[in-house]
Ligand binder design. Structure first.
Ligand SMILES: Cc1cc2nc3c(=O)[nH]c(=O)nc-3n(C[C@H](O)[C@H](O)[C@H](O)COP(=O)(O)OP(=O)(O)OC[C@H]3O[C@@H](n4cnc5c(N)ncnc54)[C@H](O)[C@@H]3O)c2cc1C
Length: 430
């Protein structure tokens, strides 16, 4: 029977383990401790958690709470988010994976040997487990390409009286401060480049710049130890290996200023589960590996340019911001000219990775194969074949609703591919 080893008990590992176990695959999940901290989760992150069926989230999520503060440009931070204690979130998600049938082992993995379909994972306690495929969701570990070196320091406090729950972000000359209020609990997270000095001195240094921090800390008593975490954006550069699937921060880690790390971990987990299922179905491992590598490359490009834009917004505050923006910008790939073409490429088709004909354009270098369920390439071929295509005839030929065919035709026109003939279809549709 197929046996999958999932390494890591964070959001990515738990989401993959749960999906695979629900699909009837034998899963062993290796977990270890969780670094303390708080996560601010967006609405769409909470939706993914709910869709993935992670138990009673109300028990571990507080929210929505208002977001406040400001950026260096003067723009206010607005909106809402949900607060999660990292350890509680991991515990809830591990329980969800176990409930689906994943076998939990509290053991660190120290080595992975072998090849698809027979890997051997060695644990710190001396056990060796054989697995058909391995999902590496160990978080920020291993050889990496990374953005500017950034550190984060978090510390919990208890306030004298409960305060309305909410978060605020404040930029400083050497980084930024995230203030999280949740009743009598206060969490302060400083991220940036504090320069010389021990982490204990960071808070005092931040307080010298931020009156908001001074007022938040008034009468507050620290709880627990401060927690330091590396927080630069990262891309794994460990060689791709069929059947060994890296996901979550183990593949691509975001700069925390984006606030979307858990969202991307959950999205990546879906792809990792699809990759495992595709291998089991007999899809060529090289096709699966190519898809994962190209997806991670594209995500890394987005991560770098989003971070560059965020830091650039605050350049008025000091050299830290312009230097960090410049360091991220230096990682951006210079655009290469991409000709519009039809190519055969791996795509995510539902919960499987398969090869499909896709339309590659400069805006979509990995190619698009479907719009509203309509195969873009089948539509192009049809239009080329019949000349004066009508939406109803195209809908009948492609076995899709007329509205979907029109949406695909509109997308095709906007992409700049075959504009004249596509326009005919759209105008014929009214
Ligand atoms: C300072 C900071 C603040 C952040 N704030 C936010 C935020 O507000 N909102 C947000 O959405 N994201 C935030 N993120 C990002 C978010 O924390 C991560 O993207 C997310 O946790 C990634 O999930 P993961 O499962 O890939 O990795 P992790 O959560 O890191 O989980 C990896 C797990 O693997 C385990 N492990 C490691 N090695 C082994 C081994 N050898 N054997 C077995 N297990 C192992 C670890 O103990 C850990 O439990 C922040 C990140 C940082 C650094």
């Amino acid at each position: 029977m197929t046996h999958v080893a999932v390494i890591g008990g964070g959001p990515a590992g738990c989401a993959v383990a749960r999906r695979l176990a629900l699909g009837g695959i034998r899963v062993t999940q290796f977990v270890s401790g969780t670094v303390a901290g708080r996560e601010g989760l967006s609405r769409r992150t909470c939706e993914l958690l709910r869709e993935d069926g992670f138990g009673d989230l109300a028990a571990v999520l507080t929210g929505p709470v208002p977001r406040g503060g400001h950026w260096g440009s003067g723009r206010s931070v607005a909106g809402e988010e949900w607060l999660a204690d990292r350890e509680q979130l991991a515990a809830e998600m591990r329980a969800g994976a176990a409930a689906a049938g994943a076998v939990m082992r509290d053991d660190l993995i120290e080595g992975i040997a072998g090849d698809y379909p027979e890997f051997r994972v060695r644990t710190r306690s001396g056990a060796e487990v054989t697995a058909t495929a391995v999902v590496d969701a160990r978080g920020r570990r291993g050889a990496e390409l990374h953005g500017p070196t950034l550190l984060a320091l978090g510390q919990g406090f208890r306030t004298a009286a409960p305060l309305p729950s909410g978060t605020a972000i404040h930029p400083m000359s050497w980084g930024w401060c995230w203030i999280v209020r949740n009743g009598p609990q206060l969490w302060i997270q400083l991220a940036g480049q504090p320069g010389d000095g021990r982490p204990e001195g960071w808070l005092a240094r931040a307080a010298r710049e931020l009156p908001e921090l001074v007022s938040a800390l008034k009468g507050a008593v620290s709880i627990g130890e401060p927690v330091a975490r590396p927080s630069h954006a990262r891309r794994s550069i460990a060689p791709a290996q069929p059947g060994l699937i890296r996901t979550g921060d183990a593949a691509v880690g975001l700069d925390p200023l984006s606030g979307q790390g858990v969202y991307e971990a959950l999205r990546g987990a879906r792809v990792a589960a699809a990759a495992v299922r595709s291998l089991i179905d007999g899809v060529d491992p090289a096709v699966v590996t190519r898809f994962l590598t190209e997806r991670d490359d594209a995500l890394w490009e987005r991560v770098v340019s989003t971070a560059a834009a965020f830091y650039a917004e605050n350049t008025g505050i000091g050299a830290f911001w312009s230097n960090t923006a410049a360091a991220y910008r230096a990682l951006e790939r210079s655009p290469v000219p991409i000709a519009t073409a039809i190519e055969r490429r791996p795509v995510l088709d539902g919960d499987r990775i398969r090869e499909r004909d896709v339309l590659v354009t400069a805006a979509q270098p990995r190619g698009v194969w479907q719009v509203d369920g309509v195969s873009v390439v089948a539509l192009i071929h049809y239009i080329q074949r019949v000349g004066n295509a009508t939406p109803s005839a195209a809908a009948a030929e492609l076995a899709r609703p007329q509205a979907a065919v029109l949406a695909a035709a509109r997308w095709l026109r906007e992409s700049g591919a075959w504009p004249d003939r596509v326009s005919q279809v759209i105008s014929a549709g009214g």
